[in-house]
Design a protein around this ligand. Structure first.
Ligand code: SAH
Ligand code: DHB
Ligand code: MG
Length: 233
């Protein structure tokens, strides 16, 4: 294989192998991707093996309430929704009305409209009003990368000890290490890592990923003690 494929193609082929073996084909998920592409949404949803990881993590912690920041066409939303019991609840925040509309169709087709609520608006403005609806057992942060530090701080506030906070796109082809560059997305991600590393209320790690989505990564943080005032990092 090494002789036939460059590394990117090899990694993508291995994602395909994992999917063939472990992630069964699913009409609702495939229809969600088709409808999203047809509506012109960017194809930046989590990969199938990543979506399944989200579902498994939700199930592993017995999640009943999930918050997602950044819905797009609802692909990751459907995976997360499938990690919930029938009386669970998932709130997902999306800035663009058109994305939200496509997502609602996809979520209904997947039979999850009773437990999933898509809210339209900028997450920064909506997060403060979620305090009454928490705490959330799992929070998936996957919206604009510049906003990630602020979303992380809200995620901790909206959590309980034992909640998981998962952040997508923490590596971005290695751009993460470009400390002095002017890319606001990278600065956002670095600020997130500074905050997370200094925050005694969470214990986290991060993993690089390769394959269908290029070289990127996830951060996974466990909330370990009662949310209180933020540290001054
Ligand atoms: N979680 C999705 C992908 C999300 S892509 C999946 O894996 O299937 C990022 C989404 O965040 C886009 O739809 C974008 O419109 C939305 N977004 C960007 N900035 C936002 C903000 N400030 N508040 C809420 N959503 C935002
Ligand atoms: C982008 C955003 C994402 O959430 C992602 O998983 C990949 C790419 C982007 O904005 O380019
Ligand atoms: Mg993402």
């Amino acid at each position: 294989m090494k002789l036939l494929l460059n590394t990117d193609d090899l990694w993508t082929a291995i994602d395909g192998y994992f999917e063939d073996c472990l992630v069964s084909r699913d009409e609702a998920l495939e229809a969600a991707l088709t409808a999203s592409a047809k509506a012109g949404l960017p194809q930046i949803n989590v990969a199938p093996n990543q979506g399944k990881l989200l579902m498994l993590l939700a199930r592993a912690i017995g999640a009943r309430r999930i918050l997602e920041i950044g819905t797009l066409g609802g692909y990751s939303t459907i995976w997360l929704g499938r990690g919930l019991p029938p009386d669970g609840k998932l709130i997902t925040l999306e800035a663009k009305p058109q994305h939200a509309e496509v997502a609602r169709g996809n979520i209904a087709r997947a039979g999850l409209d009773a437990i999933v609520e898509v809210r339209v608006g900028r997450a920064q403005g909506m997060l403060p009003s979620l305090a009454d609806e928490g705490p959330f057992d799992l929070i998936f942060i996957d919206a604009d990368k510049f906003g990630t530090p602020g979303y992380f701080q809200w995620a901790v506030k909206l959590s309980r000890p034992g909640s998981l906070i998962i952040v997508d796109n923490v590596v971005r082809e290695g751009a993460l290490l470009d400390a002095g560059g002017g890319d606001p997305d990278v600065q956002g991600m670095r600020r997130f890592f500074d905050l997370a590393g200094a925050d005694k209320r969470v214990s986290g790690t991060a993993l690089q990923t390769v394959g269908a989505k290029g070289h990127d990564g996830f951060a996974i943080l466990l909330v370990t003690s009662e949310p209180g005032p933020e540290p001054s990092a």
